[in-house]
Design a protein around this ligand. Structure first.
Ligand SMILES: *Cc1c(COP(=O)(O)O)cnc(C)c1O
Length: 411
């Protein structure tokens, strides 16, 4: 970067409370650092000149760098330009957007679909558009921040239930009368615990208590279910879920969010979901990339099959090494809870020293006292490399003086 460049005088204006607040974050082990990453096509990336095998990415199927996906994006960009020029309702809904909406309907067997700028925007827009102050939202305590923020924005009463605790959910529903509507919102595959919502029981409760269900499939799409339609397909409850939210930015490898459901639901969202209405629509390139990625997901089931087999094998290796991972994890997300944020960061740094990039996840991304390593497997990683990672984790977690004794080979 050019150190000579001029900086606006307004940049020197300070917020008197901020230095203390930043220091507090730092001493709690919660200050975030940002880094510059160069991603590569083969599931590796480079940080500070070090080549790392990437176990922190959500590109579960290795589609972000697929040549077919890139070719589609390039064609769309050459035809329609770099940006969409306006929100979808004004003039930003191009051919590429319509084709993607149609593809999503076909893929999810849905009547209709609507696109959002991101999965985050989809969750915010949907929850706030579907509810008002006369409603009750029941929300799993481990739901993604975007669902939580959607609840906050909705003005509805929000009842948070303990993670996947069906008795608690039932008790809350039993005592919930006098509302215009009850709505349960939940992640399908939980992003930080890697387990799935008990969707069978949740659907039974929805029937019994006349309650609607929103499932966020951000991590399930492309990965879970015979056809890769997500946790709801995996649990065989697709026909009982009224609102399915997904992202184009994880297994689909591009950017954007989407919702599928009935014509009526999607019509309502086109009219009331403010994060869609008041935001520029996706780039045509993102739409085209997503469409090709979904076709690959449809035509190459071996990608998700291989990924889930690898995840199964990896968990077995961890068990053999005596590493306590989240037992209920079923998919490519395998968390190892270390409690202490400093320890999570330290072990992630050690892993990096040996050539593996793994996310150290701390509050507020996860509850206090549950800081963890979040290992995200990918189709792009070979079994052999996964095995090396499992071995290394065994060494690091059971023997903290590793760097000095140097059992595994450094990069
Ligand atoms: C990542 C994520 C989102 C947000 O999706 P983006 O497209 O990245 O904005 C929403 N919900 C869950 C569960 C997620 O993990």
């Amino acid at each position: 970067m050019n150190s000579e460049r001029s900086v606006s005088p307004a940049n020197g204006v300070s917020f008197p409370w901020m230095p203390t607040a930043l220091k507090e974050l730092e001493s709690a082990g919660l200050k975030r650092s940002r880094r510059r990453v160069t991603p590569h096509a083969d599931g590796t990336c480079e940080i500070d000149g070090h080549l790392l095998k990437n176990y922190a990415s959500n590109d579960y199927l290795g589609l972000a760098h697929d040549p077919r996906v890139i070719r589609s994006a390039r064609t769309a960009m050459e035809n329609a330009g770099a940006g969409a020029r306006a929100s979808a309702l004004i003039c930003g809904r191009t051919d590429w957007h319509v084709l993607l909406e149609e593809k999503l309907c076909e893929f999810e067997r849905a009547e209709a679909a609507i696109l959002f700028p991101s999965g985050y925007a989809a969750n915010l827009g949907v929850v706030s558009a579907l509810t008002n102050e006369q409603d009750l939202i029941l929300s799993d305590e481990l739901n993604h921040a975007s669902l939580i923020d959607g609840c906050r924005l909705s003005r509805a009463e929000v009842a948070v239930y303990p993670h996947n605790d069906m008795n608690a959910l039932r008790a809350k529903l039993e005592n919930a009368s006098g509302y215009r509507q009850r709505l349960i919102v939940t992640d399908g595959l939980f992003s930080m615990d890697g387990d799935v919502a008990s969707l069978n029981e949740i659907c039974d409760l929805c029937d019994r208590y006349d309650t609607a269900l929103v499932v966020d499939e951000a991590h399930g799409t492309g990965v879970m279910g015979i056809h890769g339609r997500g946790a709801a397909e995996w649990m065989e409850v697709e026909d009982r879920v009224a609102v399915r939210i997904g992202t184009l930015s994880k297994a689909i490898g591009s950017q954007g969010g989407f919702v599928t459901g009935s014509h009526q639901l999607i019509d309502w969202l086109w009219n009331k979901a403010r994060t869609q209405i008041f935001s520029t629509s996706l780039t045509p390139a993102a739409c085209a990339a997503s469409m090709t990625a979904i076709e690959i997901i449809q035509n190459e089931p071996q990608r998700r099959e291989q990924l889930l087999t690898a995840a199964h094998r990896f968990r077995k290796q961890l068990r053999a090494a005596g590493i306590p991972y989240c037992e209920n994890a079923v998919g490519p997300i395998i968390p190892i809870i270390l409690n202490d944020p400093f320890r999570a960061v330290q072990i992630a740094a050690e892993l990096e020293h040996y050539g593996f990039l793994v996310g150290a996840i701390r509050p507020p991304s996860v509850p206090e006292g549950t800081s963890r390593l979040r290992i995200a497997l990918s189709f792009a990683q070979a079994d052999k490399v996964n095995d090396q990672l499992a071995d290394l984790l065994g060494e690091l977690i059971h023997n903290r003086g590793l760097r000095k004794t140097g059992t595994p080979k450094p990069r």
